[in-house]
Design a protein around this ligand. Structure first.
Ligand code: PMV
Length: 344
């Protein structure tokens, strides 16, 4: 083996049309589209050691320098899923060193950035893999990332990642994400996402469990059909730059995601009282000023405040004066649409 270690930085992403509901092997019930982020990322180094392995996958994982055995089961499951591709790892012990740019347990899903970073490392060390960052390489990395965490499939592309088969996008697939190919208005190229940290720590219900509850959910069929319609609407909006239509669509998607949680069996709520307080503040600010600030949510209590770069100053002033008292330690993360993963 010529190369024994590699390091990749891979970003998180925030879905505009949400993926919620899946079937084996980790295929989505509907197509989804996300902004790739810039400042929220995971950096991972994969090192293949000289020592011989005692079992099929013999590794240690370190998070910010601390041994993190808690992560092992999820990684083992992921490796088992792509085991047929990983013969090059099997004879040796290996080590995974990873850290996130965002605070630990900030409630930001680290699975999209974490699983995509690991998939990129694994593929990069695989003998005979396509050249790093080539189209074929990113497509394969997206398949692997998907098998770690569905939303991770979208993180390997700059700006906008589309995952899931959509009739109107011939290159799209349930197996991997593609870089969004349609026309995109320049306002979205550096769109801002200020992540308002309402809640830190472990989520009460994992996204795996949440996806599972879409099986047999009374509204599932309509929801999946609606998501497909919203994908097509979003494509028109991305081309036109109509920010009002954009905001209406993403807020509706966010609330629908949480409505699915609240109406599953068993039902659950991931929003917190402060999530709703912040949403009310956003709506009041929008009404008063006419500024295009909108929110989206992922599977948690944090609020993603989305707005164009041109109103950054006003939006951040709004966060400081009207929102920060609802945040854990007043914390928020300033992020924006980003350029995708890099090999370090
Ligand atoms: O990738 P998972 O299994 O953690 O699911 C993520 C689901 C949402 O974040 C709620 C939506 C999405 O499309 O990213």
């Amino acid at each position: 083996m010529n190369q024994k270690a590699t390091t990749w930085r891979s970003p998180s992403n925030i879905a505009l049309v949400k993926y919620w509901g899946k079937y084996e092997p980790q295929l989505p019930a509907n197509a989804s589209l996300s902004f790739t982020l810039s400042n929220s990322y995971t950096e991972t180094t994969l090192t293949i050691l000289e020592e011989e392995a005692d079992q099929e996958f013999d590794f240690e994982i370190y998070l910010s320098g601390q041994k993190a055995d808690d992560f092992k089961p999820k990684i083992e499951k992921f490796l088992a899923r792509i085991s047929a591709e990983l013969d090059f790892l099997k004879g040796h012990k290996f080590r995974i060193d990873t850290h996130n740019s965002f605070p630990h347990s900030s409630g930001i899903a680290s699975s999209a950035s974490g699983m995509s970073a690991l998939a990129l490392c694994l593929l990069d060390l695989k003998p005979g893999a396509p050249a790093a960052m080539s189209e074929a390489f990113l497509q394969e990395a997206s398949i692997w990332a998907r098998l770690g965490s569905g939303s991770a499939s979208r993180s390997v592309y700059p700006r906008l990642g589309l995952w899931g088969k959509l009739e109107s996008e011939s290159a799209s697939s349930d197996e991997y994400a593609i870089p969004y190919q349609g026309p995109v208005h320049e306002v979205f190229e550096d769109y801002r996402d200020t992540i308002l940290l309402v809640e830190k720590g472990q989520k009460a219900v994992s996204s795996t469990a949440g996806h599972g509850l879409m099986n047999g959910h009374p509204f599932a069929k309509n929801r999946f059909a609606q998501a497909h319609e919203n994908m097509d609407k979003l494509k028109t909006i991305l081309a036109s730059g109509d920010l009002e239509a954009f905001g209406q669509l993403v807020e509706h998607e966010a609330l629908t995601l949480h409505a699915m949680m609240m109406t599953s069996q068993p039902y659950f709520i991931l929003m917190k009282p402060n999530t709703l307080k912040i949403i009310e503040e956003i709506w009041a600010f929008r009404k008063e000023t006419g500024k295009p600030v909108h929110f989206t949510l992922d599977a948690g209590a944090n609020v993603h405040l989305l707005y164009p770069a041109a109103i950054e100053q006003e939006a951040l002033e709004f966060v400081k004066t009207k929102v920060s008292s609802y945040l854990k330690k007043g914390e928020y993360i300033c992020d924006q649409v980003g350029n995708g993963p890099v090999k370090l």
